[in-house]
Each structure stands twice: as structure tokens, then as C-alpha cells.
Design a protein around this ligand. Structure first.
Ligand SMILES: NC(=O)c1ccc[n+]([C@@H]2O[C@H](COP(=O)([O-])OP(=O)(O)OC[C@H]3O[C@@H](n4cnc5c(N)ncnc54)[C@H](OP(=O)(O)O)[C@@H]3O)[C@@H](O)[C@H]2O)c1
Length: 287
């Protein structure tokens, strides 16, 4: 029986990245659909849940992706609402790599260290990756703030996290490097999750910040999101800080993403979202 993955993307063009990792994670065939939303997904889910016998349903799974988190979350809810009794398949939610990337980063930060009580600031944390990293850091007991260029946008992201996860995240408006440097004052953990190729902080701003212990940059497209953090850094020590670059912790992200895809095909009722994916990342961080 072939392992079939249905890749439902809220963007018009389904992600090639998610498609490749789907195959590398063990799917035999992936059908990638773009422009999927809560209103049009119903018939697609029915096709997935009604076609195979109960013992064979684990060979069909769904992946939810796309850049728009609220649209992705609404899509996930609509998919789950179609399931009943044994008529269900396993689902992974990872809009824009949000869960796998955040899980890999925070698992690296916390490996052999306690994050509880630390002050964590996520630069440009309003996107999918930053928002999920905020959740995981808060779950670990850190006091978390996210920055963005416009107060209304940052506050809306914090409000959404409060309503979805019940966590308090501080909103900081910081439209320039100078303001982002000021936002990082007193922070112990600094994570940059800005859009690809945007530099959010100059090297001196973190090098001369005495409170900072761990610094990570999620952006893999040059120039660096945090100047002076190397793409491949994984626990590298510099200026008394521990550095993680996008590919340094990105290797774990990819491994976690593949492992999650493999797990989808082990049972027909798995939901892999923020907490489940983080648990998997923590179990893999030392390997
Ligand atoms: N390392 C890995 O394995 C891995 C995996 C997946 C993704 N990534 C990377 O992780 C990063 C975050 O991904 P994402 O999807 O969450 O990002 P995103 O949604 O594209 O962008 C995140 C935030 O960046 C801010 N931003 C956009 N343009 C900006 C500019 N010109 N100046 C300052 N801020 C700007 C925006 O915040 P405001 O509008 O609120 O300011 C936006 O919400 C990206 O660089 C992505 O490529 C890395």
C-alpha cells in the first residue's frame, strides 16, 4: 500500500520545500494543492478519509502549509472538523516551517541549559516562525517579547498568541536596528526571525550587550539577519555568547520535519502541531 501525503497549502503555489521534505520523510507520493482554505477543503478531506479500510488509513496523511498562519489555523480546524469516529487520517501543521523551525531552535537553546526565568526577545517575531518560537520559549518559562515594525501588528500577534495558547507575550515596536538593539537590552536570549535577507541587528549591538547569553538567526538568505552570526554556527562561542546560525540549527529542523512525516504514517489519528513537534525536536536534539 502506497504512503500518500496530501499537501494542502494556503498559498496559491504549494511549497516546493515541504514537497521535497515530504518525500525525504518517507511519502511514496505527494499530491500538492495550492489555494486550499477552510471553505474548499471539505471534499479533499472526504477523499482522504473514506477511501481506505480502517487498518490501511495510516497510509494516507495530510500536511498543512502556507505563509498565512491564521488561514493555516482555520484550514487545520476545518480539516479536523471533518473527522469522525475512525474516519480520520494523521495531520501535520507546519505553515512556513513555523513549528519545525521554532522547535529546532528552542530545543537547541534548551539542550543542557534551563530557559526558565530567562528574558527572551524575538526580533521580527510577528511571522510564523517567530510566533511559534515565542510560544515554546514561554512554555519553557522564559519571559518573552517579540518585536515588529508597527505596534498594531506586533500587538495583534501577541493577542492572537494569548487567545490561541493562553500565553502572555510582550509587544515591542522596533522599526530600526537602533530600536531593535534597545529592545534586546537585558535579554538573555535573542532570536531573529525576520523575513529572508533582512538584517535586523548590527554585530556590535549584540557583541556589546552584556546580558545576552544565546543568540540565533533563522534567516538563511544573505545578508544575515543578525550581523556576525555565521550561517553554520551551532553552539559556537563568540564574545562570551553562544551562537546559532540558520543552517546550524536548520539541520535539526530538517531532521525533525522528516521524522514528523515518517510518524504520520505510523497511525491514522496523529496531530502534529506545536507541542508535539517540539517534543520530537527535544528527543532528537542530542543526536
Ligand atoms: N533556518 C531554518 O531552518 C528556517 C526554516 C524556515 C524559515 N526560516 C527563515 O526564518 C525566518 C522567519 O520565517 P517567517 O516565515 O516567520 O518570516 P516572514 O513571515 O517572512 O517574516 C517575519 C517578519 O519579518 C518582518 N519583516 C519583513 N520585512 C522586513 C523588513 N524589511 N525589515 C524588518 N522586518 C521585516 C515582518 O514583521 P513586521 O512586519 O511585523 O515588522 C514579518 O512578520 C525567515 O528568514 C525564513 O527564511 C529558516
Amino acid at each position: 500500500m502506497k504512503k500518500l501525503l496530501y499537501q494542502f497549502d494556503t498559498d496559491q503555489l504549494p511549497s516546493v520545500f515541504d514537497n521535497v521534505v515530504g518525500y525525504d520523510g518517507g511519502a511514496d507520493h505527494i499530491s500538492a494543492y495550492g489555494g486550499v482554505n477552510a471553505d474548499n477543503v471539505g471534499a479533499l478531506v472526504e477523499g482522504a478519509i473514506f477511501t481506505r479500510s480502517p487498518k490501511d488509513k495510516k497510509n494516507t496523511a495530510i500536511f498543512v502549509g502556507g505563509a498565512n498562519m491564521p488561514a493555516g489555523e482555520a484550514l487545520l480546524a476545518a480539516i479536523c472538523a471533518k473527522f469522525f469516529a475512525k474516519f480520520r487520517v494523521s495531520v501535520m501543521f507546519d505553515c512556513n516551517g513555523s513549528n519545525t523551525t521554532a522547535a529546532a531552535a528552542v530545543a537547541c537553546f534548551g539542550f543542557g541549559r534551563t530557559l526558565s526565568g530567562k528574558r527572551a526577545v524575538i526580533l521580527a517575531g510577528t511571522g510564523p516562525v517567530g510566533q511559534r518560537a515565542a510560544v515554546l520559549l514561554a512554555r519553557e518559562g522564559a519571559r518573552v517579547a517579540i518585536t515588529g515594525r508597527k505596534r498594531a501588528v506586533v500587538q495583534a500577534a501577541c493577542d492572537a498568541l494569548k487567545s490561541r495558547f493562553g500565553i502572555e507575550i510582550e509587544a515591542i515596536e522596533a522599526p530600526s536596528n537602533v530600536e531593535r538593539g534597545a529592545a534586546a537590552a537585558g535579554a538573555n536570549i535573542l532570536l531573529a526571525t525576520g523575513a529572508a535577507g533582512v538584517t535586523l541587528l548590527d554585530a556590535k549591538q549584540w557583541q556589546e550587550n552584556p546580558a545576552l547569553e544565546i543568540i540565533a538567526d533563522a534567516n538563511a538568505s544573505p545578508p544575515a539577519g543578525i550581523d556576525g552570526v555565521g550561517l553554520m554556527d551551532r553552539g559556537v562561542r563568540s564574545h562570551g555568547k553562544i551562537l546559532f546560525g540558520a543552517l546550524g540549527f536548520g539541520a535539526l529542523k530538517l531532521a525533525v520535519h522528516r521524522a514528523c512525516i515518517a510518524r504520520l504514517f505510523e497511525q491514522n489519528d496523529l496531530l502534529l502541531d506545536t507541542d508535539e513537534i517540539y517534543k520530537i525536536a527535544k528527543s532528537m536534539v542530542a543526536t
